[in-house]
Design a protein. Sequence first.
Lengths: 690, 120, 76
Amino acid sequence: MAVALLRQGIHPRGGGCICLGGDCPNCVVEVDGVAYVRSCQVAARPALEVARQTDTPRLPDESRPLETELRTAFADVVVVGQGESGLAAARDADGTVISFDAHRGEEAIGLYAGPTVVAKTPAGMVSVQCSRVVVATGAAEEQPICPGSELDGIFTKRAAESLRAAGIDLGDAVTIDEQPQRFEGSGRVEAVVTAAGDRIAASTVVVDLGLHPRSGLLRMGQGLEVEVVGDAALTDSLPPPPTEGVVCPCSDVTVSDLEAVWDRGFREMELLKRATLAGTGTCQGGVCLPHLRSYLAAKGVSTPAPFTARPLTRQATIGEVAAGYDLPPFRRTALHDEHLRLGATMDRFGAWWRPWRYPDPEAEYWSVRERVSLGDVSTLGKMEISGPDVVALLEKLYPCRVADLKDGQVRYALLLDERGYVLDDGLICRLSEHRFYLTFTSGGASFAEMWVRDWAETFDLDVRILDRTMSLGAINVTGPLARELLRRGGVDSPPAYLAHVDAAVFGVECRIVRLSFTGEVSFELHHPFSDSVELWRRLEEAGADLGSYPHGLDALFTLRLEKGHFIVGMDSEYDSTPRRLGLEWAARLSKPDFVGKQALLRTNRLPLNKRLLGWEMDGPAPIEGAILWQVATPVGQVTSARYSPVLAKTVMLGWLRSDPAEPEGISCDGRPVRHASHPFYDPDGARARA
Amino acid sequence: MLEPLEATRVIARPAALDAVRVSPGTLLMRLALDDALVIGGDVQVDDPFAIVVPDSGWVAWRFGEDQLREALVRLCAFEIHAGLNQGMVAGLPAKIWIDGDRSLVIVAAAYAAEFEERFR
Amino acid sequence: MLYLTCPNCGRRTVEEFRYGEIPTIPESITDPDARDLDRGFMRTNPFGPSVERWFHDYGCRRWFTVTRDTTTDEVL
């Protein structure tokens, strides 16, 4: 493309020495809306839209697809560059070889640990994992640094050869082989004043100033298995120190700019680069690096090493940089389409899509409080664990007692880290002497598996662990009529409160676990993933005349808050101990040992500096996160706040940070707030146990 | 192309799993030393503490090996070999079984929709 | 790109793994009480070789232990 433009008498950038080697920024243009394209590296095609590069490039047209594909490849050896030495290296290498040839538009833009070579190619991005990299990138021609170097009509020796080969007449071209004093002219060069002081009139000047190895990839690959061959391995001799003119044409840094930062004390390579931005532009030091080194050497800095090179060596589009990256995936429960059929609005919570509203949270709420309702709790963490040492492990992991659980019993438990901070909560269900079923929060499931496995290995205990989070569905049947709905499903003796049984519900084998998060009678039906839809539909049909209506997360958050149940990560903070949460009963310090016990013994001796408390106020709920004030002092914040339909007031959980003797005179949102004990609703739990 | 897998999951002592023999036509994927996914057959394992459960939480796509390998060049950053490969494919945890015309990609059913969109 | 080799699944990019910190207690601390405190609340930030636990999140979902040089990311 650069040749085509020059043939038309157009300098791609308006001026500056042209190298046609991809080493300088003097031919960059915008091509089809993509900024900073080296026109010498792009083949000209009909209908390409080429525009002058501006300092403020346009954002790409939104209709243009940004996406670029990334292909992954594996090879013993990667050869970058396909000149003479690159071809020889590829021919002589042992094992599988992948080569990149800049002349075919294949540019290696990054070298990473591994080693991994990332290249942009006409077919998209390529990432190659290999054992060895051969850098055969050749050498770049030295650019003239002097006043007037920004004029049109200056070419390197190789560029001039290419242009002549392309049939372009360079007229009265004069060739010089030393850095000149200056170029003269206006727009186009008219004369060159040589190092010796001779003024030669010419409208075209060819500069033949020597070669410098293209060392970018090499410097990027320090400490990796990288070999260099051919001209890229040349010893880099320094040009004469620049005295005047633009040193870095990308960032427009002049010799006087270098003098200014030198005077301010930036007296080494990396500082010079950072202070002036020389070398940080399109050509990544292709032009300026030898001259910067020479400048510093002349100042008495002993042979300064080139600055560090980092990916990328070449400009890349956002699509090219993002190639191969994926958005985090979200899971769907087996009931996803059922929720959509019922008109639910779905939202992302943690790793899952979950129903938020069906879409009437008020109706959903009353269905739970007065009749019966279905909730999809398939997202809960679920784990089966067995083995001769299973009790020993669980006794270590949980701060509550485990050994005394009888078969068929369920216990609510916290999970603590070594600092005594609450990580998660859930249920422990004992299936038999050496077999348990554990549940965790939806958000904590993945971590819980890591946690349990880690400690089992740490203590070297003989257990079998199976995470069943994604292989089992779970439906919560909750409300005063829940028992009746189960009876219709064929369950005559449902489990008592804090117990579980295995039984078929409408023919689907379920583990029925009874606890209560909603405050009403609740049966969680855990069942095979593939039976979820069948079970949900049968429950829905059988519950229709009971007034059953499913509930989403929005209604659930109100139901649980009325019961004062905290949610890990929403109400608790990273350093919430059982004491700070008001759950001291959940950590049995008389146990011989459990993870976090030593920390609890210590932190329990410290003054209690923050507490999660229940609060109530009149009127609508403030936003979650609202500040709790004591007169004009912030003393805490609300973590959960909902208007309670059944209590006709707003109930909240919130942290009280400083430790006023009495939490009195507290306000939030400009309204008075009263400390209230929780559960706010059915404090004795009579409804849940019914 | 997508098919729900009716599989059996077996967690048992490594030595007990080593000794398991399955009938021809049954696929046993050793996910870890103590962990196997068995597709299309029964399995007996000599470990009183073993967890052996039906596992319907997976879906699979069947491919010819060449077609699958070509697709994976765009979607995963690790080298595929014959037999079981586990790792990130299109940003998702997946299992790839390479065995000629019986090659499979398996993901958790909860990721089925997302994977199908990404696999294209 | 940091690569780790899962003993079960093979060599993978670090994106597939989750880091599990191992609080390393300096041997110089001999008082058991102080060791507990250090284990719970102190975090070393080693410069150089570091023994670490990694969890193969996208693969077999098992832990393994490696020694990594934190200055070079090289797995020793």
